[in-house]
Design a protein around this ligand. Structure first.
Ligand code: GZL
Ligand code: ZN
Length: 334
């Protein structure tokens, strides 16, 4: 009795071992090449992409996150690892380091601010993991630290807003205030620069400018401060719709009519902003397209296939006045 049992157990062990050995040798037969980071994805066909998102601070960011999560799906060949940094650079650096440790195939992120990335990007490069920038830029002078940057031209967006303001209001001695985006963020730095250059030479005077950190709540608080400090504000330039919507709340609470007593110009063109524009509470919005998922998926696949990719992919932006907003609203994707 014992013998039979013993025999069966040994046989089972032997066959399992030989199966294992077979398995191992067939993989030595070269079906699984040594494969560094780049080629690993090609083998099992799945691209593991680690994404560090700025946060969830605005309607634009929510639409941007949705575009990335809706596109980088399993059926589209991706295993997406996604983290939200609550607008803190140290959380993004931590997330990128964790993706390096996990050995993902590619890292992508939207840098909350422009500076302070060289060290962690050097670590990704040393680990042989390619990096793709989406939405916001970094100020690294070493362009080998990332494969491509997909995002809008923020200086141009600021210029488009300023040019419309100059066209509409030059010659009326307008006093303007500015709600800036997150301090140190590429869109905040560049939109400010673009707007200022476009109103140069007009009689429009920027009498105050402060960060509202791209959020509705902070935009409202800063606008309340502006209204307390100045009784001659004619126009608000907000770096995004959400801060503009906060400014509307403050202006209405002060008994004034937004879009008339105080004109409002913003950037993003998300649904809530476009609704306020159609309702006449905002006067002009420059679009900043958040639907970057498809471009990111395309660039990631090309990078891992070893194909050349463009260093800079500029996303096209439109602009809307009140009539155009009424037209566009029914079919807006975000
Ligand atoms: C712009 C993006 C900005 C949006 C804001 O591409 O980085 O961040 O304009 C968002 O709404 O918070
Ligand atoms: Zn810059």
């Amino acid at each position: 009795m014992a013998r039979t049992t013993l025999t069966r157990t040994v046989l089972a062990a032997v066959s399992a071992a030989s199966l294992f050995a077979l398995g191992a040798c067939s993989s030595d037969a070269g079906t699984e090449p040594a494969g560094g980071g780049e080629t690993a994805a090609a083998d099992d066909g799945v691209i593991t992409l680690g994404f560090s998102q700025v946060g969830a601070e605005s309607g634009w960011r929510a639409a941007n996150t949705k575009s990335i999560q809706d596109t980088l799906t399993a059926e589209n060949g991706f295993d997406l690892k996604f983290s939200d940094a609550q607008q803190k650079q140290e959380n993004q650096i931590q997330a990128i380091r964790s993706y390096i440790t996990q050995g993902v195939d590619v890292i992508a992120f939207s840098p909350v601010v422009e500076t302070g990335w060289d060290a962690v990007l050097q670590e990704a490069k040393a680990a042989g993991i390619p990096v793709i920038l989406t939405d916001r830029a970094v100020d690294s002078s070493d362009e080998t630290l990332y494969e491509s940057f997909i995002g809008s031209d923020f200086v141009k967006e600021g210029e488009m807003a300023g040019e419309w303001v100059a066209e509409q209001y030059d010659g009326e001695g307008y006093k303007a205030v500015e709600l800036q985006g997150t301090t140190g963020a590429a869109p905040a730095i560049d939109r400010k620069e673009g707007f200022a250059s476009a109103i140069e030479g007009t009689d429009i005077e920027l009498i105050d400018s402060q960060t509202g950190n791209f959020t509705r709540a902070e935009g409202k608080t800063v606008m309340e401060g502006f209204l307390n400090a100045h009784d001659d504000i004619d126009l608000v330039f907000a770096h995004n719709d959400d801060m503009g919507l906060g400014a509307i709340e403050a202006i209405e609470a002060a008994g004034l009519t937004p879009g008339e007593d105080i004109k409002i110009v913003t950037i993003d063109a998300v649904k809530d902003g476009m609704q306020a524009l159609a309702d006449g509470k905002i006067n002009y919005i420059v679009e900043c397209n958040p639907l970057l998922g498809p471009d990111l998926a395309d660039i990631a696949k090309k990078v891992l296939a070893g194909e050349e990719v463009e260093k800079r992919i500029v996303v096209k932006d439109e602009a809307f006045d009140q009539a155009a907003a009424k037209e566009a609203l029914p079919t807006r994707e975000y």
